[in-house]
Design a protein around this ligand. Structure first.
Ligand code: HBI
Ligand code: FE
Length: 299
């Protein structure tokens, strides 16, 4: 259990200076080594990989597809984190470190702020092939890691980690969580005039890329950081609304230039907007029918 009184006292910048280790040494939640996988587990990776590659070309953003190639993630079997970290380190200075499960927020943020991506060690089984409760190695490595080869995206993730500590001190972690959700997990980016996928939750799932890009049901709205941080989210179904960025530079600048202290002071503890809402200030690419969610979702 984390002792909040041990949080370092942070200066009042937009984001903060390099972070110190959380609590005591040994509370980094890292596994000493990545686990080894059985032949069956490697085969599950290969099956998941093949399934995603049936839908992602032409739908995933080019940074993701390039990242897959540069890190050679399709070479077969669950990737070795040490080898991945060498490749990623040379490109953007990030590494991939093994964790056993969902780790506490402050530890997660601390790793991100130091350019370490904590990736789940275990892999789903054939019984839980389509839906898992906690992020496994396929979601984390296939979904998140290729994006970290993009220098601007990589910087955004680090800034997100730094921002986490400030949000905790303001008791506004849920708002910052919404930003993560609508960007890192479910974000779309404009490429050649049309939205493509960069969110890891979409990239690693079987149905959502087609639904998010081609479906009539969801809203597609240009991202405004202030608005998104006031928007509720659900974590266990397709999204009623996707937020779209112009570019990773746009995302990075919107986030870094925002005065989060001011934003948090103006936010209530709950969310202002439902995840289905379209509001006056929105720059709307598609106003969805919301048909999927009006039918009750989950199917
Ligand atoms: N732990 N392993 C792991 N992976 C996550 O994505 C993660 C986490 N702990 C906390 C957390 N995410 C959230 O705080 C953020 O998504 C906001
Ligand atoms: Fe994730």
């Amino acid at each position: 259990p984390f002792n909040f009184t041990r949080l370092p006292d942070l200066p009042d910048g937009i984001f903060t200076a390099p972070l110190q280790r959380p609590a005591r040494v040994g509370e980094d939640w890292l596994e000493p080594v990545q686990r080894t996988y059985t032949a069956e587990e490697h085969a599950i990776w290969d099956k998941l990989y093949a399934r995603q590659m049936d839908v992602l070309p032409g739908r995933a953003c080019s940074a993701f597809l390039k990242g897959l190639e540069r890190l050679d993630l399709g070479r077969g079997g669950v990737p070795d984190f040490a080898r991945l970290s060498d490749g990623l380190g040379a490109l953007t200075g990030w590494s991939v470190v093994p964790v056993p499960m969902l780790i506490p927020d402050h530890v997660f943020f601390w790793h991100l702020a130091n350019r370490r991506f904590p990736a789940g060690n275990f892999i789903r089984t054939r019984e839980t092939f389509d839906y898992i409760q906690e992020p496994d190695v396929f979601h984390d490595v296939f979904g998140h890691v290729p994006m970290l080869t993009d220098p601007t995206y990589a910087d955004y993730m680090q800034e997100y980690g730094r921002a986490g500590w400030k949000a905790m001190r303001h008791n506004r972690l849920k708002s910052l969580g919404a930003l993560y959700w609508y960007t890192v997990e479910f974000g779309l980016v404009i490429e050649d005039g049309a939205p493509r996928v960069y969110g890891a939750g979409i990239l690693s799932g079987p149905r959502e890329a087609v639904f998010a890009l081609e479906g009539q049901s969801p809203n597609r709205i240009m991202l405004n950081v202030d608005r998104v941080m006031r928007t509720d989210y659900v974590i266990d179904d397709l999204q009623p609304t996707y937020f779209v960025i112009e570019s990773f530079e746009d995302l990075y600048h919107q986030t870094v230039e925002r005065d989060f202290d001011r934003l948090y002071r103006g936010l209530g503890p709950g969310f202002t907007y439902a995840n289905t809402a379209v509001i006056d200030v929105d720059d709307v690419l598609q106003r969805g029918t919301l048909e999927y969610h009006l039918r009750g979702g989950r199917g």
